[in-house]
Structures are given as structure tokens and as C-alpha cells.
Design a protein around this ligand. Structure first.
Ligand code: AMP
Length: 127
């Protein structure tokens, strides 16, 4: 894939269009949230924009401020609804190859439901 070019046939675009099933957690006209197919923790939800953004960079550079705020406010609400506020949770977004981004449709992982340990596997510097 040419870097930075949005592919309308990426897997999350297909989930948004209803062509592939997903366990939906939340949906409105701008945002869809569903369970990750390979959960890293008891709660592992992917929150995706319905707008066509390749990654975090693309989203922040192209989306209107209101859309960026609305997206992150929705992540907070979903985490709260999942009961993650009390003990904590982690949000992650991978941009590009060093971060091992594998689906090129902007998304944020909400991960929680157990102690999550080091920020990066094998790295104890944030403990
Ligand atoms: P990233 O590496 O940040 O691009 O994350 C992509 C995530 O999408 C991974 O955690 C995958 O497990 C998840 N994933 C891939 N295909 C599906 C799918 N069909 N339904 C739900 N999650 C998926």
C-alpha cells in the first residue's frame, strides 16, 4: 500500500459497511466501537472513526477540531461504560511501521480489566 493513501477495502471499512461482522460496543454517525478479535486483556475495544483516515497523523491533520474532540470524548465515555475508570485502562494508537500498525484505518485500542504492566512489553522503565 502506498503510504498515506486510504484503502476503502481495509478490514475496518468493511466492518463499518457491515460487510464483515463485529461485536459492536457503540455506534453513532461518526464513531464505531467493537471488540478486538484478538483481545490482549479482558476488555479490548477498538474505537474507529467512520471518516476515512489512515492513522492518527492523518486524523489529527485532516479532521476538524470538533471531530477530534468528539472522538476522544467518546473513548472516555466507552471506558466509563465498561467500568474501567476505577482501576484504570490504557489507550493505544499505532501509527506506522515502527508501531506495527496493521490496519490502515485510524483506530484507538481501549485495553483494561487487569493490571497492564509495562507500557511496552519487556520495558520496565514505566513501572
Ligand atoms: P493495529 O496493530 O493497531 O493496527 O491494530 C489492529 C487490531 O485489529 C489488532 O489488535 C487486531 O487484532 C484487530 N483486528 C483485525 N481484524 C479484526 C476484525 N475482523 N475484528 C476485530 N478486530 C480485528
Amino acid at each position: 500500500m502506498e503510504e498515506g493513501v486510504y484503502d476503502k477495502n481495509n478490514i475496518f471499512a468493511k466492518i463499518i459497511r457491515g460487510e464483515i461482522p463485529a461485536k459492536k460496543v457503540y455506534e453513532d454517525e461518526k464513531v464505531l466501537a467493537f471488540n478486538d478479535i484478538q483481545p490482549a486483556a479482558p476488555v479490548h475495544i477498538l474505537v474507529v472513526t467512520k471518516g476515512e483516515y489512515v492513522s492518527f497523523n492523518d486524523f489529527v491533520q485532516k479532521a476538524k477540531a470538533e471531530e477530534v474532540k468528539g472522538f476522544f470524548a467518546r473513548i472516555q465515555k466507552i471506558a466509563e461504560e465498561q467500568g474501567l475508570d476505577k482501576n484504570g485502562y490504557r489507550i493505544i494508537t499505532n501509527h506506522g511501521s515502527d508501531a506495527s500498525q496493521s490496519v490502515f484505518h485510524f483506530h484507538v485500542h481501549i485495553i483494561g480489566g487487569r493490571p497492564l504492566g509495562a507500557l511496552i512489553p519487556g520495558d520496565t522503565s514505566h513501572r
